[in-house]
Structures are given as structure tokens and as C-alpha cells.
Design a protein around this ligand. Structure first.
Ligand code: IPE
Ligand code: IPE
Ligand code: MG
Length: 254
């Protein structure tokens, strides 16, 4: 039988967390908004709205803990296949979120970044995003990295094209292409790979998220639906991460 997603124990304080061994980069697949709404006989849009609230809480907790990077999967390249109305709601929520939260994020020293096909987002969303990125550029706190119109496969193809161009114009020797060079051609250039990847709502798949970057990431799948996710669940996921034995292909010699 395949293992079921485990329920994490709730923790009441930050005490059980080893603050000196925090994940530098946490990535989250924020899944389950639709199911959350369905359970309450609400339209899916209400689930997405509730999902934004969960995001606000998680950003705050990550910032308070001193996490370096939080990457959240907000819209995938495949999500365009959803009904037009739902795509519209998601784009409006993104614009609204940035408009409403920017000031508070800025005051809390958060740096806003984005990965994905940003140029294909609606104009208004692009404008808000641009403004938020510029405004928070010189902050030094949590990097909130929004994956928007993001797909791991298209990111990799994009990187291959960039490097190929450099090969053609003589700036890049084929023999010198290594993992570091490749990482630098990805949207996540300059960021450490995620240490912990959390997916809510029990689904055991990557859904085209950070395919290159997750090579050695610890994955924690939890049953809670994204709108129900909050500080306690995040702390519990970090504690689970801290109990893992990361071997990176090696063995312990002690
Ligand atoms: C995640 O919730 C939000 C996005 C994908 C944008 P879903 O909308 O996928 O919710 P479920 O999976 O249908 O419950
Ligand atoms: C992944 O969730 C994408 C985001 C959370 C933005 P989906 O709900 O789109 O993934 P699938 O369809 O269940 O694989
Ligand atoms: Mg989903």
C-alpha cells in the first residue's frame, strides 16, 4: 500500500524548533483551496480568498522565524486550463494581495521576488508586481518568492535556450557548462535550493514545481487543506524536517 499523507502533531510554541538548524529556504505548494470551499458548499473563489489569508499568516511566521526564502506556488503554467472565471479570480486576488499587503511587507523588511512567465500575466498584475519588487528591492529580510505562471519544465527549457545562445555567440564553452552555470540560468538564480518543500491537501506529486531545485529537498506532505494551514502547521512541518536525516547520497561514518 502507498503511504498515506501523515497528520502532523500540532505544536504550541516555537520551543521545539532548533533555531540554529532552520531550513534556509522553504517552498510550498499551496493546494486544496477548491476542496476547502466545496466542503463548505462555497464557490471555489471563496476557497482562494481564504487561501490568501493562510499565505499572510505563513509569510509572517517565516519572517519572524528568520527564514531566508519562502517560495510559494501560486499559479502554475497548467492552471491556465481552468475555467476563465477562476483564472480571473486568481489574478485579481494576486493584484489585491500585493496592493493591500505591500506596505506591511515593506515595513517588515520583506523582499518580494517572482519566478515564472511574468510577462504573460494580466497587465494590472504585472504592474503591481513590478512596483512591489522595486519597492522592496533593498530590504534585507525574508525573500518572498512568488511562483506565478510558473512551470519547472518551461523554466528548464528557458535555461537551455539562454545557455545555447551564449554558446552560439561564443560567450560559453560547452565543456564549461556545469550545475552551477545551469542553476544561474534558472529563474531562481542566486537563491539556495529549498531545504523543505511542503505540499498541503495530501497530494503526493510535484505538479511541475521546481523540478531542478528540489533534487535533494526534504518533502513534507500534509493532509490539511491550504486555507486551514497556519503557524502551528508550519512549525510542525519544520520540526518534522529537523528530524530527517539528510544524507545527500553519502553515508555516516561515525
Ligand atoms: C490551490 O488550490 C490553488 C491553485 C492551484 C491556484 P486548488 O484550486 O488547486 O484547490 P483544489 O486542489 O481544487 O482543492
Ligand atoms: C499545483 O496545484 C499548483 C499550485 C498550487 C499553484 P494544482 O492543484 O494545480 O495541481 P494538480 O492539478 O493537483 O496536480
Ligand atoms: Mg489543486
Amino acid at each position: 500500500m502507498w503511504p498515506k499523507a501523515w497528520k502532523l502533531n500540532k505544536v504550541d510554541s516555537k520551543d521545539q524548533i532548533a533555531l540554529e538548524r532552520l531550513p534556509r529556504h522553504i517552498a510550498i505548494i499551496m493546494d486544496g483551496n477548491g476542496r476547502w470551499a466545496k466542503k463548505r458548499a462555497l464557490p471555489r473563489s471563496m476557497g482562494h480568498r481564504a487561501g490568501v489569508e493562510a499565505l499572510r499568516k505563513v509569510v509572517k511566521t517565516c519572517s519572524n522565524l528568520g527564514i531566508e526564502v519562502l517560495t510559494v506556488y501560486a499559479f502554475s503554467t497548467e492552471n491556465w486550463s481552468r475555467p476563465k472565471d477562476e483564472v480571473g479570480v486568481l489574478m485579481t486576488l494576486l493584484t489585491e494581495y500585493l496592493r493591500k499587503e505591500l506596505q506591511e511587507l515593506h515595513e517588515n523588511n520583506v523582499v518580494i521576488r517572482a519566478i515564472g512567465g511574468i510577462n504573460d500575466l494580466p497587465q494590472e498584475a504585472q504592474r503591481e508586481l513590478d512596483n512591489s519588487i522595486k519597492r522592496t528591492r533593498n530590504n534585507t529580510g525574508l525573500i518572498l518568492n512568488l511562483a506565478l505562471n510558473y512551470g519547472g519544465r518551461s523554466e528548464i527549457i528557458d535555461a537551455v535556450k539562454k545557455i545555447s545562445k551564449d554558446v552560439l555567440n561564443g560567450k560559453q564553452q560547452i565543456e564549461d557548462i556545469d550545475e552551477g552555470r545551469f542553476s544561474n540560468a534558472l529563474f531562481t538564480r542566486g537563491l539556495p535550493d529549498p531545504d523543505l518543500m511542503i505540499r498541503t491537501s495530501g497530494e503526493m506529486r510535484l505538479s511541475n514545481f521546481l523540478l531542478w531545485q528540489l533534487a535533494y529537498t526534504e518533502i513534507v506532505v500534509i493532509e490539511e487543506l491550504w486555507p486551514d494551514f497556519g503557524e502551528k502547521a508550519l512549525l510542525a512541518a519544520i520540526i518534522t524536517y529537523q528530524k530527517r536525516d539528510r544524507r545527500f547520497g553519502g553515508i555516516h561514518t561515525d
